[in-house]
Design a protein around this ligand. Structure first.
Ligand SMILES: *[C@@H]1O[C@H](CO)[C@@H](O)[C@H](O)[C@H]1NC(C)=O
Ligand SMILES: *[C@@H]1O[C@H](CO)[C@@H](O)[C@H](O)[C@H]1NC(C)=O
Ligand SMILES: *[C@@H]1O[C@H](CO)[C@@H](O)[C@H](O)[C@H]1NC(C)=O
Ligand SMILES: *[C@@H]1O[C@H](CO)[C@@H](O)[C@H](O)[C@H]1NC(C)=O
Ligand SMILES: *[C@@H]1O[C@H](CO)[C@@H](O)[C@H](O)[C@H]1NC(C)=O
Length: 330
C-alpha cells in the first residue's frame, strides 16, 4: 500500500473571545467559530488506498498523520494541548483502528466505482459561546453521504439506499457509536480548550502587514485597475479600502484571503477607475497590529516617471547654469 500525506496550505481565523475568557475583563476582539476537526481523504484506485489525514484548529492546521509510522505529527510545540502522553497514545490507537475500519467498511459497503473517494470530517464546534456540538460528515465521490448528530447516524438524501444501509449498520455497532459520541462530546472540547491555552502565544501574536500598489490588467479602454496588496499580517481580520481623502471608494473590491506559508495572510483590494481619476487615490489599511496607525499608500500615476525626469533635467540645467556662472567668474 502506498500512502502519501499532503499537508494542505492553511490558516487561522480565530476565536479570540476564548483566549480572554479567563481574564477579568472579557475582551471580544473577534467572535469567530471555535472548532477543531480531523479531516480524512481516502482514495481507492487500482487496488490500493491513498489516505491523507490532518487536524485543524479553526483554519489553522495543527496536526497531520504520518502513514509510515502510523502516528500523529504535532506541527507546533503546543499541538499536544494539555493532554498526557497516555491520552494522546489512546487517540493515536483509535485513529489507527479507524483508518483500517474505514477502509474495510468502504470496500464492503460504500464503494461503487474506481476511483473511489471518501472524505470524512470529524470534530466539534463551540456554539453560542457555551456548548460544544460534535459533528461527523462523510462524503463519497464529493457528495454528502451521511452524518452523525446527537448519537444518531443520518443518511444524506443524495446518499440514496447505500447511505441508509450504512447508517443502519453503523447504528448497530453501539460500541463504536458511543466511542464516537464520547470523542465528540468530551475529548474534542477538552482538547480545544487545552490547545487554545497552550498555543496562546502563537494564536495571539500580532504580525504587521506590508502593503504595496500595482496596476492590474486594464478593465477597459481609458480605465485603470488599481491593485492594493496587503500581505504578511496576522490575525486575519483586516480592513483595506481605496480612499479619496477621507472618502471610501465604494467600488473597492476585496479579493479572497490567501494564506502565506508562514501562517500569515494575504489580501488584495482592487479599484476600477477612469485613467484621469487615479491621481490622489490612496489605499488605506487598518489592522490590529498597527496600533491605530493606519498604513496609507498613495497612488502615483505613471506620469510620476515624467516628473522625476523633469526634476532631473531641471537639476542638471541648474548645475550646468551654476557651472557656466562659475567658469565665467573664474
Ligand atoms: C494498476 O496496478 C498495476 C499493478 O500494481 C499496474 O501494472 C497498472 O499499470 C496499474 N494501472 C493503472 C491504470 O494505474
Ligand atoms: C514518519 O515516520 C517515519 C518512520 O518512523 C519517519 O522516518 C519520518 O520522519 C516521519 N515523518 C514525519 C514528517 O514525521
Ligand atoms: C439530542 O438528544 C437528546 C436526547 O436524546 C435530546 O434531548 C436533544 O434535544 C437532542 N438534540 C438535538 C440537537 O437534536
Ligand atoms: C439505532 O439504534 C438504537 C439502539 O440500538 C435504536 O433505538 C434506534 O432506533 C436506532 N436508530 C436508527 C436510526 O436506526
Ligand atoms: C485541559 O484543559 C481543559 C480546559 O481548561 C480542562 O477541562 C481539562 O481537564 C484539562 N486536562 C485534560 C487532560 O484534558
Amino acid at each position: 500500500q502506498k500512502y502519501h500525506l499532503q499537508v494542505p496550505c492553511c490558516v487561522c481565523c480565530f476565536p479570540w473571545q476564548l483566549l480572554f475568557s479567563q481574564a477579568v475583563t472579557v475582551k471580544l476582539v473577534r467572535t469567530g467559530p471555535v472548532s477543531y476537526h480531523l479531516m480524512q481523504t481516502s482514495t481507492f484506485h487500482n487496488h490500493s488506498w491513498v489516505h491523507q489525514g490532518s487536524g485543524w484548529l479553526g483554519e489553522l492546521q495543527t496536526h497531520s498523520w504520518n502513514f509510515s509510522s502510523n502516528a500523529i505529527i504535532f506541527l507546533y510545540p503546543w499541538s499536544r494541548g494539555n493532554f498526557s502522553n497516555k491520552e494522546l497514545m489512546d487517540l493515536e490507537k483509535f485513529i489507527q483502528i479507524h483508518f483500517i475500519a474505514v477502509q474495510e467498511f468502504g470496500v464492503n459497503h460504500l464503494m461503487s466505482e474506481d476511483p473511489f473517494e471518501l472524505q470524512i470530517t470529524i470534530g466539534c464546534e463551540l456554539h453560542s459561546g457555551k456548548t460544544f456540538v460534535g459533528f461527523v460528515q462523510v462524503a463519497t465521490q464529493g457528495y454528502e453521504f451521511l452524518s452523525f448528530q446527537n448519537e444518531t447516524w443520518l443518511p444524506s438524501p443524495k446518499g440514496g439506499r447505500k447511505a441508509q444501509k450504512a447508517c443502519t449498520l453503523l447504528n448497530l455497532s453501539q460500541a463504536y457509536t458511543h466511542r464516537i459520541h464520547r470523542l465528540l462530546s468530551d475529548t474534542c472540547p477538552r482538547f480545544i480548550l487545552g490547545l487554545l491555552d497552550a498555543g496562546k502565544a502563537h494564536l495571539q501574536r500580532q504580525v504587521k502587514p506590508e502593503a504595496w500598489l500595482s496596476s492590474g490588467p486594464s478593465p477597459g479602454p481609458g480605465h485603470l485597475l488599481l491593485v492594493c496588496h496587503v500581505s504578511g499580517f496576522y490575525p486575519k481580520p483586516v480592513w483595506v479600502m481605496w480612499m479619496r481623502g477621507e472618502q471610501e471608494q465604494q467600488g473597492t473590491q476585496r479579493g479572497d484571503f490567501l494564506p502565506n506559508a508562514d501562517g500569515t495572510w494575504y489580501l488584495r483590494a482592487t479599484l476600477d477607475v477612469a485613467a484621469g481619476e487615479a491621481a490622489g487615490l490612496t489605499c488605506r489599511v487598518k489592522h490590529s497590529s498597527l496600533g491605530g496607525q493606519d498604513l496609507i499608500l498613495y497612488w502615483t500615476p505613471h506620469s510620476s516617471l515624467g516628473l522625476i525626469l523633469l526634476a532631473v533635467i531641471v537639476a542638471l540645467a541648474l548645475l550646468t547654469g551654476l557651472g557656466v556662472w562659475f567658469m565665467k567668474r573664474w
